[in-house]
Design a protein. Structure first.
Length: 261
């Protein structure tokens, strides 16, 4: 069986090659996200103390049920989990858009890397508890600096421009491949058109009788009258005579003689 033909390529052309700077930058951001998650979880005791201090600043007439709900560990963990998941989802989405060549996402991710670096500088000279949290923060900060530098390079910007031109090209739907006929089962020829049905003629034993309307007709000419015959060759009633014999009506003499007798 013959292999099908390959479909025509799209009009958009080939996808631009992703430079190494863009690939390394997006991979470094995976290290940034993981390091920030670890540091965020490690700072839970400090965040809990800060949360309790904020609860104590509530008005004195606050119901006791609301104060107990806010100071419970479950409420704090739920708030921190939602906040951490939201930041992780937003960061991962922006990194994916950057990897696919969107220039606006590249600029936002580069700015986020600069922000993480500045925050790391303030954390180094500040009082961060526990102290081991500084290790994932430093690792993520260094990775953020390297990613921002790579995203701001010329080849990264050119890649985003090439991808923008690539997305603007109108796509073309490829044609479906034409499958060849199997050699063992050739294509069936087209059925010929059925010939036109012939016009039926009179039976040779019972030709059409002479016209009864007084008109003349040549011997052997076809009778165009559409009226039904006055008698049939089978069954009761008057029958048509053979060729050259006059029509003779049936007589009831036998019936009358039988009746007289």
């Amino acid at each position: 069986m013959t292999a099908p033909t390959q479909p025509a390529p799209l009009d958009r052309g080939t996808r631009p090659d992703r430079p190494d700077a863009m690939s390394i930058a997006t991979e470094l951001w995976a290290v940034v996200i993981i390091g920030q998650i670890v540091a965020f979880v490690g700072q839970y005791p400090a965040l809990r103390d800060a949360w309790n201090r904020q609860v104590r600043t509530l008005p004195a007439d606050t119901p006791r049920e609301q104060v107990d709900l806010l100071t419970s560990s479950g409420t704090l963990i739920a708030v921190l989990a939602v906040f951490g998941l939201a930041l992780t989802a937003v960061s991962a989405t922006l990194v994916l858009f950057t990897r696919n060549g969107y220039n606006w996402a590249r600029l936002i991710v580069a700015a986020m890397g600069v922000f993480i670096t500045v925050n790391l500088v303030f954390s180094v000279f500040g009082d961060v508890e526990p102290r081991w949290v500084m290790v994932p923060m430093i690792i993520s900060g260094v990775a953020a600096v390297g990613a921002s530098v790579l995203l701001l390079r010329r080849e990264s910007e050119q890649y985003c421009r090439d991808m923008a031109d690539h997305r603007k090209r109108p796509p073309q739907i490829p044609e479906y491949p034409q499958f060849a006929q199997h050699p063992q089962y050739p294509q069936h020829p087209q059925y010929p058109q059925h010939p036109q049905y012939p016009q039926y003629s009179h039976h040779p034993q019972y030709p059409p009788g002479p016209p009864t309307d007084g008109s003349t007709r040549a011997p052997g000419a076809a009778d165009d009258r559409s009226a039904a015959p006055q008698s049939w060759p089978y069954g009761g009633g008057q029958q048509s005579p053979p060729d050259g014999q006059p029509t003779r009506p049936q007589s009831n003499e036998g019936n009358e003689s039988r009746g007289e007798s």
